[in-house]
Design a binder for this molecule. Sequence first.
Ligand code: DGY
Length: 323
Amino acid sequence: MSAQTDRPRILVTRKLTEAAEQRLATRFDVQFNASDTPMSAEALTQAMRDFDALVPTVSDRITGEMLRTEGRRVRMIANVGVGFSNIDVATAQELGVAVSNTPDVLTDATADIALLLILASTRRAYAAEKTLRDGAWTGFSVVDGLGTSIQGKVLGIIGMGRIGQATAKRAAAGFGMEVVFYNRSDPGALSFPARRLDSIDAVMQAADVVSVHVPGGGAAPLVTAEHIAQMKPSAHLVNTARGDSIDQAALVAALQSGRIAGAGLDVFADEPHVPEALRAMDTVTLLPHVGSATQEVRTAMGLLAADNLEAFFAGRDLPCRVA
Ligand code: DGY
């Protein structure tokens, strides 16, 4: 426990980059989680009573029950992440607890990882690397390990927000892909050619690669088993958004039966649990939720969380308020 000061008491639930931790330490009476392991629900509930603000991240579930804790002192939650499906934002709003996130600074890094997964899946990079690492490579072959080219193929974007647009732009401008997309509302003028389709089904049917960019946290996955069943047998599915945005069990079944050709996944329904069935398939490229994981971006996210906190305690508008 830190010494008593009149600066706001802040709990940072996971380790941040040094620059971000230093900035927070200069402005707040801050407690860091040096072990960098996820805190228990009990510890987070207790923190509601002990701190003025929390700085959680996507691995912390901040429930309505926690927010309703008797004697709650927390008035502000500065999430380190653009996604905030880990927080019961509706309850926070109802109780007048401010919530902020960290958009924009991670858009390019996450789009880069989407492209990495699109390429890895279509070029069968994991299977090829595994052959080599297993010592099973017998030398160059004209016909072994063939993937498919993405030039001229159709990329289907589900969710044309900031990261969806950055992914589509890279795919169109850098790799000659034709872009179709589904977005609930009109995203306005785009800086690359793209065709808006009127349903997820239409995108699933048209796409050679589907890339998912919708927030999770809904009562049910937006991309359902029925949607996955519409995909071409040669198609690949990439998800860098949230694991619960798609029906993971249906995806596993489609991959196992060869109903679709491959997948590239950076996010999972119940992280850090990754189904054994997924880990066993060499048609799937798996990453441990690293979409925004660069030194620069993780620092920018921490600093943006600090900006939000500073604005809140100074009585200014939050740069990125979500509740
Ligand atoms: C986010 O920001 O929501 C990512 O999932 C973690 O960086």
